[in-house]
Design a protein around this ligand. Structure first.
Ligand code: GLN
Ligand code: ZN
Length: 751
């Protein structure tokens, strides 16, 4: 059986691309050196796949930053402000990705958005009425040729025209339909050029098809592909979809002249049902090896599915690009072999594909490789905790409800805390300066004793609190100096989590994340944050906010289990964090923030599934964490974005007392939506952007607050930055916070 890979991680085995790019940005290496690193990575990726025996290997899956951006640049979708910088093509590309500030001008980057239901982010192409779409680049052609030169015959993978138009922002009067013809021509031209170079198969990636589609979308899709397919010449065309099923458009898709159709059997809940009517004469690319999670494939399940498929020709493939899993398990010496045996990263998934391909159609039940896989799956050990199972089973409906109701709590808390109008606070972390990181790192390496480490952090906490008092903030934080990462820190103190050395996954551009692995049932081993918060409280008379990461975020930023549902896992984590909440309360911490930075991460792609598949359990899971606290204990939550206009009732139903979120970069439309929905929770829309070192002026903050006051009642408005301050420098932080407090005072005078 033939096999196919949609895409391979391009950050390199040891994040070589990240480090080379960052050096290039700093001017430490030349363009030529950066290109050389890229070539090495591309070559290694291609050869690994070839050696593993993969039949259909992609070229053009590599990107210096993002494939959607690559496609935009390829087709001349380059806004004028970047052209006017008059930079080299590569630097124009990076200016679009990262913004540019220098001799040639000053422009912001293109907007960046979450790539479907992943933690990867793409750059949003921008088209205005004057944009002239045409094929101007050569990247797919060059990558195809480079692969041929080293003896790898690839399929060219490219963002498909439909998804491209769906993701584009149209800034003028014209819309997607107006650009369809030009885009069709550009893609056809690319096809022709590829044909000339000897390409036999082109893969159009169309994840846009797994979302809710309107009849307009369906018409647009048909128009585009009817035209492209009429001109495909001798090149075969694969329509590749992923991240779900294509129920809205399957019937149209199978009627078009595609040679092959790629479908996702892992996330596509309806895919099996749909392919019952798979057309004759076309090849089915069956995405059965999970491109998003790190568990070893269950061969008996996969082979059973394959056996049930009725298509003339089947190619076994990944469910999506392997971009979303780490590079390789090799070197993960910190993982116990018993655990490691259950995982498969990108490189290991290649062997799974070929093994499965070889087993299919044979008497595999007797094959050693099949038996080994079966034994492995049946024999997973040390992951169950009966006490945890019992605790989850014992959750009662009332455990999800905090009493008394919000309005009553609000009164009680106003009286208890007696905070001024427009209370000021921060989101939790303070600058993680070099000394803070050094203290933590040396402690981890055993170069510093626990006592030394703790003493150092206590000094930092004391200083941080003194500083906040001096600045005049109303609700104080301890600064989070002990934390590396908001999930890893908690995971390390919970049973059921595993951590890797090098399992990096690209989040955007040069940014990578190293998700934890949820191996088994989760319970809190011992109090996690209590000592730090207690100490902080002893340093001041002002209210100190305890800082926790919420269960949905911990789950969403980890590789989840596949043997139980993510709902079940989240409830386990929720109970563990609840223990921490109650311990904090017992120790006199009366304000507790439970961050849900990644709440939106796994929101289903189809609106109809938002509540039934996700919010209906994710929001209660959050409530479970805080429902048992006393009425006077104030629960805060924080989200890193303001994109929740469409789920405001769900956010309100988290039933926190206060929510802070990013708002400084958005157009404040969220405020209208809060008002329209009678949002009850008190709110702190960030008054300045912490992602930039710029110090906001008092005036600027006053203006922001004045706008907010038009939409939010004075008694419900908090004043805070839009996220944690850990990535900022000390000097700019102090200045910014002083201005923030000054602005709050001015506004108080006007109320
Ligand atoms: N409390 C965390 C901090 O301040 C929140 C981080 C986040 O929202 N990503 O760093
Ligand atoms: Zn944040």
């Amino acid at each position: 059986m033939r096999t196919s890979v949609i895409g391979f991680p391009r950050i390199g085995r040891n994040r070589e691309l990240k480090f080379a790019s960052e050096k290039y940005f700093k001017g430490e290496i030349s363009e030529k050196e950066l290109l050389a690193t890229a070539d090495t990575i591309k070559k290694e990726n291609l050869l690994s796949q070839k050696e593993a025996g993969i039949t259909y290997i992609s070229s053009n899956d590599f990107s210096f930053y993002d494939n959607v951006l690559d496609t935009a640049v390829l087709f001349n979708v380059i806004p004028k402000r970047y052209r006017e910088l008059k930079l080299s093509p590569l630097d124009t590309y990076f200016a679009m990705a990262r913004g540019y500030q220098g001799e040639n001008g000053n422009v912001k980057a293109l907007a960046m958005k979450k790539w479907f239901n992943t933690n990867y982010h793409y750059l949003v192409p921008e088209i205005d009425d004057d944009t002239k779409i045409e094929l101007v680049g050569k990247k797919p052609l060059e990558d195809f040729e480079a692969a041929s030169r080293i003896g790898v015959n690839t399929k060219t993978a490219i963002t498909g025209p439909f998804t491209f138009l769906k993701l584009t922002r149209f800034t003028g009067a014209k819309t997607a339909v107006d650009f369809a013809d030009a885009l069709i021509n550009a893609y056809v031209k690319l096809l022709k050029e590829l044909e000339k170079k000897g390409e036999g198969l082109i893969e159009f990636d169309e994840p846009g098809l797994v979302t809710d589609l309107t009849t307009g979308d369906i018409d647009l899709f048909k128009k585009i592909y009817t035209a492209i397919l009429e001109n495909k010449g001798s090149v075969k065309v694969l329509l590749q979809t992923y991240f779900g099923d294509i129920r809205d458009i399957y019937d149209e898709v199978i009627r078009l002249d595609f040679d092959a159709i790629g479908l996702d059997f892992v996330e596509g809940v309806k895919t099996q049902e749909l392919v019952k009517s798979f057309p004759k004469g076309k090849v089915l690319f069956a995405g059965l090896v999970n491109g998003k999670n790190i568990w070893k494939n269950d061969y008996s399940k996969t082979l059973a599915t394959l056996n049930g498929l009725k298509a003339d020709e089947i190619v076994l493939g990944t469910s999506c690009s392997l971009l979303h899993v780490p590079y390789t398990l090799e070197g993960e010496t910190g993982l116990e072999n018993d655990c490691k045996a259950h995982f498969s990263f990108a490189l290991e998934k290649l062997s799974e594909l070929t093994e499965l391909g070889e087993l299919f159609g044979t008497d595999f039940e007797k094959d050693e490789r099949f038996i080994k896989n079966k034994v492995l799956h049946a024999g997973r050990k040390n992951f169950e905790d009966s006490a945890v199972r019992a605790a989850v089973a014992a959750i009662k409906p009332e455990d999800y409800e905090r009493l008394p109701k919000f309005e009553e709590r609000e009164k009680i808390q106003k009286e208890k805390f007696n905070l001024p109008l427009f209370p000021t606070t921060t989101i939790g972390s303070f600058p993680q300066t070099a000394d803070v990181r050094k203290n933590r790192l040396e402690f981890k390496k055993g170069l510093r004793s626990k006592e030394e480490y703790t003493e150092y952090n206590k000094t930092k906490i004391r200083e941080c609190i003194r500083l906040q008092e001096e600045i005049g903030l109303d609700v104080i934080v301890h600064g989070e100096f002990e934390r590396n990462d908001m999930v890893e820190y908690f995971g390390e103190n919970l049973s059921g989590f595993l951590f890797t050395r090098n399992a990096w996954v690209q989040s955007y551009g040069t940014r990578c994340v190293k998700p934890a692995i949820i191996w088994g049932d989760v319970a809190r081993k011992k109090p996690i944050t209590v000592e730090w918060s207690k100490f902080a409280k002893s340093c001041t008379d002002k209210p100190v906010k305890g800082m926790l990461t919420g269960p949905v975020t911990i789950l969403n930023w980890s590789f989840p289990r596949e043997d139980i549902s993510i709902k079940e896992s989240t409830l386990q984590i929720a109970l563990a964090i609840r223990d921490e909440v109650l311990d904090l309360e017992k120790n006199g911490i009366s304000v507790i923030q439970i961050d849900e930075a990644a709440l939106r991460e796994k929101l289903p792609l189809r609106k109809a599934d938002w509540y039934s598949e996700y919010l209906d359990w994710a929001i209660p899971a959050f409530r479970l964490v805080h429902s048992k606290v006393r009425p006077e204990t104030q629960i805060h939550t924080h989200m890193c974005y303001s994109e929740f206009t469409d789920i405001i009732p769900a956010i309100d139903a988290m039933d926190a007392d206060v929510i802070t979120f990013e708002a400084s970069r958005s157009d404040l439309l969220i405020l209208d939506a809060l008002r329209e929905n009678n949002f009850k929770t008190e709110v702190g829309p960030g008054v300045y952007d912490i992602h930039s070192p710029r110090v906001p002026s008092v005036d600027e903050i006053v203006t922001a607050l004045t706008k907010m006051r038009e939409k939010i009642e004075d008694r419900k408005l908090w004043v805070n930055p839009d996220c944690g301050l850990k990535t900022r420098g000390e000097e700019e932080t102090v200045k910014s916070l002083k201005n923030l407090v000054a602005a709050a005072k001015i506004i108080r005078g006007q109320a």
